[in-house]
Design a protein. Structure first.
Length: 257
């Protein structure tokens, strides 16, 4: 299963991070971070559809992405059109890096979510230290105790958490956690197949007052119209923006549909 391999490689990578910056030092860097770590929840909760524009270099399903823009130009377009930015930092399967998020932080005031496979406390302190406003908590890779502990730690650090689900059991767990932001990944992380109907099916479980995010598989006007009917508050869009020559205009068009 692809997800198992990603987690295996993440466990192998983390000691390398700790060898460069110790756990003690990363905690101190997080605690001394002077930037504004809030704003992600507010960016998604405002009236109308919000869009999270993603920066990623590759994915297990797509391979290396043929991006039409360099990082600086892309973030410039996002600054004019989206409400938040997602940055992949997973190295082995998405070719991400924490350095990308640090670079993006320097050229945007938009809230940034660190999109990675978060399995240890170290990663949360690291996220805060590099300028993230939010982190991704993937229900499929965490048990209830881990999810609660990591959610609480995220809040203690002044960040928001997007709790990602992809079936009814995971949605029930996210609701039990009383997560403020709940996402549905239309991509099954076990085999990376995409079904937009996953958002429609799980939307019936999401109560009023939660910020509801549709993730993955949004590549056309028809996809946007379909998901807007599912009462989502925000879209997280990666591939379509990464492959677009003008993501600014695409984001504006999709907001207006």
């Amino acid at each position: 299963m692809i997800l198992d391999k990603i987690i295996e490689d993440k466990k192998r990578r983390l000691p390398q991070h700790k060898a460069r910056i110790s756990e003690h030092k990363i905690r101190r860097l997080a605690e001394s971070y002077k930037g504004d770590s809030s704003g992600f929840l507010e960016a998604l909760a405002k009236p109308g559809i919000s869009i999270i524009g993603e920066f990623k270099k590759a994915s297990p399903s797509l391979g290396k992405i043929d991006s039409k823009l360099e990082l600086t130009d892309r973030i410039g377009e996002y600054n004019d059109s989206v409400d938040a930015i997602s940055c992949l930092t997973e190295e082995d399967h998405f070719l991400g890096n924490a350095e990308y998020l640090k670079e993006i932080r320097k050229i945007t005031s938009l809230p940034i979510i660190r999109k990675d496979f978060m399995i240890e406390e170290y990663q949360f302190y690291e996220a805060k230290a590099i300028g993230a406003n939010a982190v991704l908590l993937i229900a499929a890779i965490l048990d209830d105790v881990q999810m609660k502990d990591f959610y609480d730690l995220t809040k203690e650090l002044g960040m928001d958490a997007l709790v990602e689900t992809h079936d009814e059991g995971e949605m029930e767990r996210a609701l039990k956690l009383d997560a403020e932001i709940i996402g549905v990944n239309n991509r099954d992380l076990r085999d990376f197949s995409i079904k937009l109907d996953t958002t429609k099916r799980l939307s019936k479980m999401v109560p009023e007052g939660k910020v509801f995010v549709a993730e993955s598989g949004i590549v056309s006007d028809a996809d946007v119209r379909f998901l807007k009917e599912c009462r989502v508050d925000a879209f997280l869009i990666g591939r379509a923006f990464m492959e677009a020559e003008n993501p600014r205009e695409l984001a504006k068009r999709w907001k207006a549909l």
